[in-house]
Ligand binder design. Structure first.
Ligand SMILES: [Zn+2]
Length: 287
């Protein structure tokens, strides 16, 4: 059995790309539904707390499976053949099969992006446990990136499991030794918490959401404590570039989560190269 399984090893990159298309399709559902699920549960909780009656609509099941996907415009259900990643979008020419309302290009884009990132992980780490963990890491970071960009939330339902899975992943030192993963989770959280606390003492303002602390804790659990300073520096750099590209208006809320996720993923793929670059930079600037 294991032998037959291992014969798939030469195809790890194309298999991961195909798998990425499917996972990307599921991530589209996660990205759209998880924030709605959170807001619905807050509403029901708040109403209960205030002794108010939640409406029937608010109590209707809404999760990753229920209700079935529908066109937001004409509410006609999405048929199975219309749910094939990328291909359905092309067959439908980017429009709803019933009412011809354009479907957002973001759906196939997220499917293609996930496939591409999965392919890179498989190319980098081959037929291994690191690849298996890396695909999960990648999928969760894609979901968190787009949810944060859309809503400014980094849901606990994703950040907290990402911490535990990162610690499990490194239980036998898959990426870093376990002590480094545990310290990474601890200092990832504490570093941003402290920074925020000091910022609040100085300015009276809250500079960052608690979700960012948990995401950095998760990245620390996966990538180890040693990389955290570089990770934060890289995230700030990526954040500035993104703010310039997207022309973030003055005073507008800017999501830090995507920058953290992108920097964390780059370090996962190119840890040695990033560290070599840092050493070169430190040497050439005379430290
Ligand atoms: Zn429609």
């Amino acid at each position: 059995m294991l032998q037959a399984f291992n014969e798939l090893a030469p195809f790890v990159v194309p298999l991961s790309i195909l798998f990425g298309l499917l996972v990307g399709s599921f991530l589209n559902v996660v990205i759209y539904r998880v924030p709605v699920m959170m807001e619905r549960s807050w509403t029901v909780f708040a109403k209960e707390h205030l002794g108010m009656q939640a409406t029937e609509e608010e109590l209707r099941p809404f999760n990753l499976i229920k209700p079935d996907s529908r066109c937001p415009k004409c509410e006609s259900p999405v048929k199975p053949w219309q749910n094939i990643p990328v291909i359905s979008y092309l067959l439908l020419r980017g429009r709803c099969g019933t009412c011809k309302t354009p479907i957002s290009k973001r759906y196939p884009a997220i499917e293609l992006l996930t496939a591409l990132l999965f392919g890179i992980v498989a190319w980098r780490y081959g037929w291994s446990m690191v690849t298996l963990g890396g695909l999960l890491f990648t999928a969760m970071l894609v979901a968190l990136t787009f949810i944060d960009a859309d809503t400014q939330y980094l849901p606990d339902q994703l950040t907290l499991p990402l911490i535990w899975i990162g610690l499990l992943f490194n239980l036998n030192g898959a990426f870093v030794p376990l002590y480094s993963a545990v310290l990474g989770a601890f200092w990832g959280y504490m570093a941003l918490w402290l920074l925020c606390y000091i910022y609040k003492l100085l300015t009276g303002k809250i500079g960052m959401g608690g979700g960012d602390f948990k995401l950095l804790a998760a990245l620390g659990a996966w990538l180890g404590v040693g990389i955290l300073p570089v990770l934060v520096f890289m995230s700030a750099f990526i954040g500035i570039i993104m703010a310039v590209i997207m022309k973030v208006a003055k005073g507008q809320q800017f999501a830090f989560g995507p920058s953290l996720a992108i920097a964390g993923w780059i370090i996962f793929i190119a840890n040695d190269e990033v560290m070599a670059l840092v050493r070169w930079w430190l040497n050439s600037s005379g430290f």
